[in-house]
Structure formats: C-alpha cells, structure tokens
Design a protein around this ligand. Structure first.
Ligand code: COA
Length: 375
C-alpha cells in the first residue's frame, strides 16, 4: 500500500466548450480550461510548480503553446509540450504526474489543447495521416486515419459477422450522451438510419462513424496525495497509468481486429493498481472512439468483452449508463469532439466529474466502486 505522499490526485478540473471555435485565439481557448481548473482547486497560478500541454499542433497558429498559453494565463513555472499523436493529452497527464512522483513538483497542471480549424480540413486530414508510417504508407498509398480504421473495420466485420448497422449503434450511443453534455461539439441525437445514410468517408466507415475535427482544451490540477487531502474533501486518486508503444507501420502489425499496444498498456495499468484485469472493479470507462470500430476494439482490448463479442455489448446496450459497463457517458470523441491534444485530459476531467457525482443529469453513472478507467 502506497503512502499518501507517494500518490497523486486530481484536485481541480476545467473544460472548454468543444467545437469550431473561431471566436477565440489558442491562448484564450487554453484559458477557458485553465481558469475553471484553478477555481475548482481553489489555487492561484503561483501555486503551480510545473505544467504540461498536450498538443499535436502542426495545423495551428501557435507552435509553442506551452509557452504562449502559460504566459497568457500568468503561469511562471517550468513547462513542457507533450506530443504523442492522439495520446498527446494522456502523455501530458503522465508527465505532470511524474513531476510530482519524482519530487520536483507538489502541485502540477496537465492540460491539453488543439485548434484544428486554423487550417482547412484537407490539410488537417493529411497531417494526421502523417502520424502513421510516412514513407511506405502515407507517401506511397496516401493513407489517412479514416483509411487506417476502415481497414480494421473491414477485417472486424468480416471476422465476426457484424454489420455496418452494428457500428452505427456506437454513434447512436455517443450522440445520445453528447446531447446531454453542454461542452460537446454535437449536442443532438442520431439514429442508425441517419448514420447509415451518411456519406462514406472510407468504406465501410461513414461520416457518422467518425470523430470530427475539433477545437478544444481541458485541464486538470494534480497534487501529491498528502497535499491533495488538505485541499479538497474529494481528491480523485490516479491509481496507475500504463503506456505502451506499437509500430506506426500498419503493414507490420499481426492483427487487424484490435490494438496490441492498448492491451499491453491496459495490463500495465491494471497491475499498477493491484488488479488482475477489468473484472467488476469499475463504475465507468472512457475509451478512444475516434471511429466507431475503435470503440468496439477498445471494449475487447480493455477486457470488458471477449474477442469478437464487443459488438454484442452494443447490441445489448450494455455500455449505456444503466448497462453493465458504462462507456463514454460524455459523448466520446464521436459526439463530444476530438481536439487531439486535449482528448486524454478531457477523459480525465470526465472521470473526475463522474466519480465526484457532478456529471449532468441523465449521464451521471451510478458510482459504487469509486473507480473509473480510461483507454
Ligand atoms: N459527425 C457528424 N457530423 C459531422 C462530422 C462528424 N464526425 N464531421 C463533420 N460533420 C458535419 C459538420 O458539422 C457539417 O455539418 P453542416 O453542413 O450542417 O455544417 C458537415 O458534416 C460537413 O462538415 P465538414 O467539416 O465539411 O466535413 P468533412 O467531410 O470535411 O470532414 C471527416 C468529415 C469525417 C472526413 C473529418 O471530420 C475527419 O477526417 N474526421 C476524422 C479526424 C481524425 O482522423 N482524427 C484522428 C483520429 S485517430
């Protein structure tokens, strides 16, 4: 059992409205998340010893967001930008957490931000595509992320006798919860029929199977466990975080119905928390549903469904709030939006709100075990 000074807890959260945010600069968007996080933790800028900023960024106005946002927000301590493609926000959380665990910070802030609409959609889709293997796949075949996930979807549907309509069920769930989340990009319900009628982006994936292009920011304030306890009655401890890196070259992967690196990261995280697996230890989950197929694969990679049975969880509505494994009660990337560098932090904000019982009406999970997991 770790002592309090060997643990890290979230003591404050802030979230901007996600969407097409042409009304604000990047620094203003960052402040929209930082200000409520400071207020929530009841601290001021000088109390923060270190902060990290998750950002992918090549498309936006500021290429040094950690510097410019910090300056705009009045932060004077050391900082770093973290970039790990769609995991940039989770990387920011890791770096800030490690700054506390290493003893160099007592209170740290992890934030994430992306301002994607600074560039035209085609440019953004191209730049995301270059996060895959550049030479063999992007340059030779023009691979983009809708294209990559379409390969997974094609294999999964074929291997497990599933239909495009089944994938659309994930979009229906996402939009249902997005409609209840005031910070979400799309706050409206959808149906399987509407999803099936939407245009193909990369067959079999359609517009409604895809996360959108999004501007947004999110921030969490972290504190060493013993300090956190004095700051708030509801510290949300981060029991563990697992990271794993797979090959960016899809041609070198051994399977196309799941992500091996996700399974390894989940295993490390479970072991770090003293758990042997997902079991019945969690009240809710946040997963990276950048496309509907990614949500289904995440169910299986996390272990809430056996291989090939993820689709049955959706068919049986088991990942709705009242199901056995509530997943993405904030609308997920699909409906809340996917501002790449902010997404991992947004998941941490959501789990914190849920565990504190502060989520909006209709999407608050029933908290019994006091634990959430994000992948
Ligand atoms: N879901 C629902 N509606 C969407 C949407 C989505 N994902 N994306 C866009 N829309 C809507 C827009 O609001 C707009 O509606 P309006 O005409 O009523 O204003 C309309 O569809 C057209 O939007 P636009 O932005 O011009 O679409 P697009 O065709 O240029 O781009 C995608 C759509 C799906 C191709 C693009 O959002 C995309 O590439 N998404 C994936 C991003 C990605 O790869 N992220 C990393 C994942 S790992």
């Amino acid at each position: 059992m770790k002592s309090d000074d060997e643990r890290v807890a979230i003591v404050g959260v802030g979230h901007s409205r996600f969407g097409k945010r042409l009304d604000v600069s990047m620094n203003e968007l960052g402040w929209e998340a930082i200000r409520p996080a400071l207020q929530d933790a009841d601290i001021v800028q000088k109390d923060i010893d270190f902060y990290s900023v998750g950002n992918f960024g090549y498309w936006s106005e500021e290429i040094l967001p950690a510097v410019t946002i910090g300056e705009y927000a009045g932060l004077t301590c050391g900082s770093l930008k973290t970039e790990a493609a769609c995991a940039s926000g989770s990387a920011s959380l890791k770096i800030a957490m490690d700054s506390i665990l290493s003893g160099t910070a007592r209170i740290a802030m992890a934030m994430g931000i992306e301002k994607m609409y600074n560039s035209p959609n085609g440019t953004i889709i191209e730049l995301i595509g270059r996060a895959g293997n550049y030479f063999w796949e992007f340059e030779n075949f023009g691979m983009t992320f809708p294209g990559y996930y379409a390969l997974y979807a094609t294999k999964y549907l074929d291997a497990y006798n599933a239909r495009e309509e089944d994938l659309c069920e994930a979009a229906v769930k996402a939009h249902h919860y997005g409609s209840l989340n005031p910070y979400a990009q799309f706050q409206k319900e959808t149906t399987v029929e509407e999803c099936m009628k939407s245009k193909y982006v990369s067959r079999p994936l359609k517009l409604m199977d895809s996360s959108p292009i999004t501007d947004g920011a999110a921030a969490v304030i972290l504190a060493r466990g013993d300090i956190a306890k004095k700051m708030t009655d509801t510290p949300i401890y981060i029991e563990s975080q697992g990271t794993a890196t797979g090959t960016a070259y899809i041609g070198r992967r051994d399977e196309y119905t799941g992500l091996e690196a996700s399974r390894r990261a989940a295993d490390i995280a479970f072991r770090g928390a003293g758990l042997s697996g997902v079991g019945s230890n969690f009240d809710l989950f946040e997963v990276h549903d950048c496309f509907t197929i990614a949500e289904v694969m995440a169910y299986e990679d996390l272990g809430i469904a056996k291989k090939g049975e993820g689709i049955n969880l959706l068919r049986g509505k088991q990942t709705y709030r009242d199901g056995k494994y509530p997943v993405n009660l904030d609308g997920g990337l699909k409906s809340k939006g996917h501002p790449i560098g902010a997404t991992g932090i947004s998941q941490a904000v959501e789990i914190t709100k849920q565990l504190r019982g502060e989520a909006e009406k209709g999407r608050q999970a029933d908290i019994k075990k006091g634990r959430g997991a994000a992948a």
